[in-house]
Design a protein around this ligand. Structure first.
Ligand code: ZN
Length: 52
């Protein structure tokens, strides 16, 4: 199952797709644990809920 990160930046608003939850957790978070947009490196969020 793929996951998406939606960007919070109004000037970007791109969606970043992750192949799986491992990719999401390992590669798409910053040092503070927030999800990061793959386009602008700004903060994003995952619209769909999931459990780890
Ligand atoms: Zn962005």
């Amino acid at each position: 199952m793929a996951y998406e990160i939606a960007c919070r930046d109004q000037n970007c608003q791109q969606v970043t797709w992750c192949r799986n939850v491992a990719d999401l957790i390992r590669n798409r978070r910053n040092k503070d644990g927030f999800f990061v947009c793959g386009h602008c490196q700004g903060l994003g969020y995952v619209p769909k809920e999931f459990t780890t």
